[in-house]
Ligand binder design. Structure first.
Ligand code: GDP
Ligand code: MG
Length: 762
């Protein structure tokens, strides 16, 4: 029906409800004003930009939906609609609300989301029946105190606003736990993506107890946090320390010595927001120690990336690192040594698009000091924008921070931290956790939110860098080519000089777990770890029979270094020879050998497998790599088969399967001048179905030592293990994994179960 017809009908039948949504209306239909009977009117999803004064005639309206239009102002006469209970104005272009809104004292729900509202009218306190107020995605900065007089408010949506403070009186309306989750139906206080300083967003996330505790504690005494951690990162000799010196008012030193470990400096900077205490972290050390920088890259800080022409290609490595660890911290990119290379530049547009947190690029010379003043101004400006700055803390939080900073021990156990908190009457667990995260991001302590690491709070960063340094540089590891036996740590971490740190035995695990977390080492067997950075770079001389071998390539769009390394350590038991970019496996049981190499430039991993049972062994290897690939989110890989007579020409494995299923017998790989028989190509790598007896026989050879009694995990394992495809192209069964899962107990039964599952899968 047309709009006019709908209105006519409503008029003649004296209807109370009228829905004109999605009617392509460009204007508010004047005919509507005669419908003074209406109680609900839906005009949503139209193109209305103007609401006439005469709207006041629709005096009986209880619900008015004007959402998704182009309204920019509202008429003052809106105030006559005193029966309105629900008013939807979301998704318009409203920047100011009429004061008359105040008269709508029957309103229970007011939706103003997605507009340009900067402030609520001062006098809206009459809206005392308001239960739900939606302000999502408005540039509003302050909640007027009046909102707290809405005694019935149970739903306050502030997502995406610029609000920094939620007064206690407002928060008190919400007597249940809050959640950042965007549940549509539930009521609550919604604050994701809000630059809250009071209360800090974490406190709201911690729930009502933490919130009450927080308000209670700041009631007594509070202080605004005026500190920021600034991390100066970049390649060695880019000029990080020189820049820090200038920030501190020290002169440029032509012979600046290489920074050892981490240099932490403090400075007060005057900004528009007052004096800010800055804590600079200047990272030094050899390249091999770069990995340890990651331990200290915190969220809610300010990053300065210093680059120079010499190693400009490394810029993205650092930006990626900051992105992974720095959260939403702002980043400034400094192009240094302009005196030497005045034309040095980077693709700013591209980098800014890729790394959204970059707030500016500065061309400077630490030597001539050109550009340094502008950089300082930008730094001062950004300090106020770091999320931690300006948060309101209870005074006791500051006391805890001071106690920890004054501690001379290099680390304390979690319990000790709790005791410090308890002594100052900070008892709530979640608030203690929140404070730890704040302290970590400020650099006062180093704490990792990881079950393997959270029991220790490190107070001196050097305590961990020193340990990693000693491990990496130890003779024992050099001899063992990067393989570290746990017992060797006793010797490596032994105190040799009076000034050396202590590494008690029970902290060895902490050090190893930390190195594992940041992939400086990888578990290898049950008790050892491998530090791949200590493997030989050079490919050793070896012999490998490539005749009649299976050849296969896995190509990636982006290949994280750890993919290949994890693959290498997982295969550790069978490794005969290894170097940084390759390894040779010798699986005595199947009589197969495999040569696996990586080309990081080409982003490819190459397989060559030979021997009697090469198909089984290859299936197992590919399965293992696929599992590793799966553990990386977003990682895309393509499986390719090289042509037997020309390995440079490849064709997609999945493509081949598809072509075969479509009935093709031959394929023309791209760039090939001849056709290849598909089955033959696939036969090279596919696992031809074994008769059931073969599988049962194989299972019968199960090692008696492997005992697992959990039938659930057995089934789950079988499910995971048997990856059959409906034709000959299936990849087969990963026997090794099956063998691991099966226990001794009820062996026969389990076998039958496997046989059954196997048969149904087929
Ligand atoms: P860091 O390893 O990143 O801390 O780099 P440094 O601050 O130690 O600087 C490395 C070397 O580069 C030192 O010899 C500095 O004197 C020199 N250097 C730093 N900034 C500049 C600059 O702007 N111009 C020139 N010509 N040399 C610089
Ligand atoms: Mg330095």
């Amino acid at each position: 029906m047309k709009v006019t017809e709908l209105i006519d009908e409503a008029m003649s039948q004296r209807k109370e409800h009228l829905n004109l949504s999605n009617s392509n209306l460009m204007e508010f239909p004047n005919m509507l004003f005669q419908l003074d009977n209406l109680t609900t009117l839906d005009l949503s999803n139209n193109h209305i930009s103007n609401i006439p004064d005469a709207i006041s005639r629709l005096i009986n309206l209880t619900q008015l939906d004007l959402s998704n239009n182009q309204i920019s102002t509202l008429p003052p006469t809106l105030s006559n609609l005193v029966h309105l209970e629900r008013l939807y104005l979301n998704n318009n272009s409203i920047s100011e609300l009429p004061i008359s809104l105040t008269n709508l004292y029957n309103l229970t729900s007011l939706n103003l989301s997605n507009n340009q509202i900067c402030a609520l009218p001062k006098d809206i306190k009459n809206l005392e029946n308001l239960a739900a107020l939606f302000l999502k995605n408005n540039p509003i900065q302050q909640l007027s105190k009046i909102v707290s007089s809405f005694k019935k408010l149970i739903h306050l949506d502030l997502r995406g606003t610029k609000i920094t403070q939620i007064p206690m009186a407002i928060a008190e309306h919400f007597s249940y736990d809050f959640s950042l989750a965007e549940h549509v139906l539930g009521n609550g206080l919604f604050v994701s993506d809000v630059p809250l300083k009071l209360p800090p967003i974490e406190i709201i996330n911690n729930g009502i107890v933490a919130l009450k505790d927080y308000y209670f504690s700041i009631k007594k005494e509070k202080k605004v946090l005026n500190e920021v951690k600034i991390l100066i990162v970049g390649e060695g000799a880019a000029g990080k320390t020189s820049l820090l010196n200038l920030f501190q008012g020290k002169p440029f030193d032509r012979a600046e010595k290489q920074t050892q470990g981490i240099n932490i400096a403090h400075n007060d900077i005057e900004t528009d927001d007052g004096i800010v205490k800055t804590h600079y972290w200047d990272f030094g050390g050899q390249e091999i120690m770069h990995a340890t920088h990651q331990f200290f890259l915190s969220k809610r800080s300010l990053y300065i990336l210093v680059i120079d022409k010499r190693r400009e290609e490394k810029s993205e490595y650092w930006l990626k690192l900051i992105e992974s660890f720095g959260g939403d911290s702002p980043i400034i990119v400094v192009l240094n040594k302009m005196d030497e290379n005045p034309s040095f530049n980077v693709n700013k547009t591209q980098l800014s698009e890729k790394y959204k947190n970059i707030k500016g690029f500065f061309h400077v010379s630490c030597k001539t000091q050109s550009g340094i003043e502008d950089l300082k101004i930008k730094v001062a400006e950004l300090l106020g924008q770091t999320p931690l700055f300006g948060t309101v803390w209870a005074t006791k939080w500051f006391k805890i921070k001071a106690l920890l900073e004054a501690e001379i021990k290099p680390f304390i156990p979690y319990e000790e931290y709790k005791n410090i908190c308890k002594n100052l009457e900070l008892n709530d667990d979640s608030t203690q956790q929140t404070l730890i995260r704040f302290l970590n991001d400020l650099g006062s302590i180093i704490h990792f939110n990881d079950p393997m690491l959270e029991h220790t709070h490190v107070l001196k960063p050097r305590w961990i860098t020193e340990a990693v340094y000693r491990i990496i540089n130890s003779d024992i590891l050099a001899i063992n080519k990067g393989l570290l036996h746990r017992e060797d740590l006793k010797e490596i971490l032994k105190k040799k000089y009076i000034d050396d740190f202590d590494y008690p035995l029970d902290k060895h695990d902490y050090i190893i777990n930390l190195m594992k977390k940041f992939e400086i080492c990888y578990p290898c067997g049950s008790n050892d770890v491998l530090l791949p950075s200590l493997l030989d770079v050079e490919t050793p001389k070896f012999e490998f029979n490539k005749r009649d071998s299976i050849n296969f390539i896995v190509e990636y769009d982006f290949l994280p270094k750890s993919t290949f390394l994890r693959f290498m350590v997982q295969m550790n038991n069978n490794i005969e020879t290894q170097w940084r970019t390759g390894f040779i496996l010798n699986d005595k049981r199947s009589g197969s050998k495999a040569l696996i190499t990586v080309d990081s430039e080409q982003k490819k991993i190459y397989f060559t497998v030979n021997g009697k049972n090469r198909k089984d062994y290859f299936a197992f290897l590919l399965f293992t790599l696929r599992q590793i690939n799966k553990s990386f989110e977003k990682l895309k890989s393509y499986e390719l088969i090289p042509m037997p007579d020309n390995p440079l020409i490849t064709i997609g494995y999945e493509d081949l399967l598809f072509q075969l299923e479509e009935g093709q017998n031959f394929c023309f790989p791209p760039n090939a001048r001849k056709k290849y028989p598909i089955k033959e190509l696939l036969g090279i790598v596919t696992y031809v179905d074994e008769p059931l007896e073969t599988i049962i026989n194989l299972l019968n050879e199960i090692d008696d030592n492997i005992v697992r009694d959990d039938p659930d995990s057995l089934y789950e394992g079988i499910d995971r293990t048997i990856m059959l495809k409906p034709n000959i192209c299936g990849i087969g069964i990963d026997f090794n994994a099956v063998l691991k899962i099966i226990g001794k107990k009820d062996f026969k039964k389990k076998l039958q179960a496997i046989a059954k599952t196997f048969a149904t899968k087929k």
